[in-house]
Write a protein that binds this ligand. Structure first.
Ligand code: NAD
Length: 401
């Protein structure tokens, strides 16, 4: 089948590589830089292997493009564009709108349109379908389905093949065609009764993480006040073989999903007059952790970090990836600078970020570890500054929550 995938980022490129083992894939992206890099056989996404990409390009099974008319004869079109928050932290649907326009203006045959972008329940039925049909110059009837993406970039044990995939079509025919498509490269498919169930399940998965992370972040503050170790206490609780799942404290949540998706659920809930208390509260707790960490560092350093050289270790939002979207490092650095510290950062995966480059892992007065990539040696971190505050709980013998 000819498959077009709109958006060639973490989700779109990952799915492109799996799909191109079986189908002919066009990866449409508005970024010329991304498209040029991909067509040279170079992946910009962790977990998507450049050699495997070069191989499907060589076999003629994949090409990236910025030309929207390349999707015109697709049998399947997948939407994998960003769904961020606006500056006032509301769902920002501009990229979905643009993808709908690309489809309605360029797709010249009836196709199965599958949304993989994360969004509020009702997006497929009440937003994407009308969005595509309102601009269509002709009366082509498409089929519509949702299959929310669960990819966890940088993860080795679960991938597109072995992660169960939820799906639902707007019609039984759309559901069936969606099942057939994903069966070609996914081992376990789970059909649900409506697109809204699939959309809500995806949001709830990430809300579950967001709320539990907030809970453990609050707990870290309680254990500190109690004068006991949060990590030892969590390990103790984790010996219970049922009814407990361990989450660990941090300087805040990052990435495109956990800090963002729950707000899509909250916005929809509130529009319907339903409560979203936990989601709002969890957001506040998680966003407050950066300041809490900096205050702890200030306390440990005689009440001031003014004029001190502070080294932030790891600015990617999680280990072993170069992704800095919504990273807690942004707020930690802001709070340190507001207290007069001279801040640099070290991250051998990120290298350049916010117009700054990764510094040496040495010579600081204070090091604050936010993310510990496997490539970073704990001993090198310990010797980078006389005082180290580790938010990851992975470095022994230094200050932590
Ligand atoms: N990253 C993850 O781990 C993850 C996991 C599950 C679900 N999701 C969801 O998947 C969706 C995509 O996320 P992502 O992480 O792949 O984003 P991304 O930022 O990595 O990639 C998005 C790509 O889309 C391109 N793009 C933007 N507007 C476009 C348009 N109008 N037409 C074509 N291309 C366009 C961008 O240039 C970019 O290359 C989001 O809804 C996200 O919430 C992400």
């Amino acid at each position: 089948m000819k498959v077009s995938i709109i958006g060639q980022g973490y989700v779109g490129l990952t799915i492109s590589l799996f799909a191109s083992q079986v189908h002919d894939v066009v990866g449409f992206d508005t970024s010329r830089e991304v498209v040029a890099t991909l067509n040279r056989g170079m992946s910009h996404i962790e977990g998507v292997d450049s050699d495997a990409l070069a191989e499907v390009i060589r076999k003629g099974k994949y090409k990236a493009t910025t030309n929207p008319s390349d999707i015109s004869d697709s049998e399947i079109v997948i939407i994998a564009v960003p769904t961020p928050l606006s500056i006032d932290r509301k769902p920002d649907m501009r990229f979905i709108d643009a993808a709908c326009q690309t489809i309605s203006k360029n797709l010249r045959r009836s196709a199965l349109i599958i949304n993989e972008s994360t969004s509020f329940p009702g997006t497929l039925r009440n937003y994407i379908k009308p969005g595509i049909e309102k601009d269509s110059s002709n009366s082509i009837n498409h089929l519509y389905a949702i299959s929310p993406e669960r990819v966890d970039p940088g993860r080795g044990d679960f991938n597109q093949r072995n992660t169960p995939r939820l799906y639902a079509g707007l019609t039984p025919e759309a559901s069936e065609q969606t099942r057939v498509f994903y069966t070609s490269f996914c081992e376990k498919l789970v059909e649900v009764s409506s697109p809204e169930v699939a959309e809500a399940a995806k949001l709830f998965e990430n809300t579950f993480r967001q709320v539990n992370i907030a809970l453990v972040n609050e707990f870290a503050q309680i254990t500190h006040a109690l004068g006991i170790s949060v990590h030892e206490t969590l390990d103790a609780a984790d010996t219970k073989p049922y009814g407990f799942m361990k989450f660990t404290p941090s300087a805040g949540v990052g990435g495109h999903c956990i800090p963002v998706d729950p707000t899509y659920l909250a916005a929809k809930a509130e529009a319907l007059g339903a409560p979203a208390t936990f989601i709002r509260q969890a957001n506040d707790v998680n966003l407050g952790m950066a300041e809490y960490v900096v205050n702890r560092v200030v306390q440990d350093n005689g009440g001031s970090i003014e004029g001190k050289n502070v080294l932030i270790v790891g600015v990617a939002y999680k280990p072993n990836v170069a992704d800095v979207r919504e990273t807690a490092a942004e707020l930690v650095i802001k709070h340190c600078r507001a207290k007069g510290a001279l801040v640099v950062w070290h991250d051998d995966l990120v290298k350049n970020w916010n117009g700054e480059s990764s510094s040496h892992l040495s010579g600081a007065d204070i090091a604050i570890v936010l993310t510990k990539h496997e490539s970073i040696n704990p001993e090198a971190i310990k010797s980078s500054a006389p005082y180290v505050f580790d938010t990851t709980g992975k470095i022994n013998g230094v200050a932590t929550f």
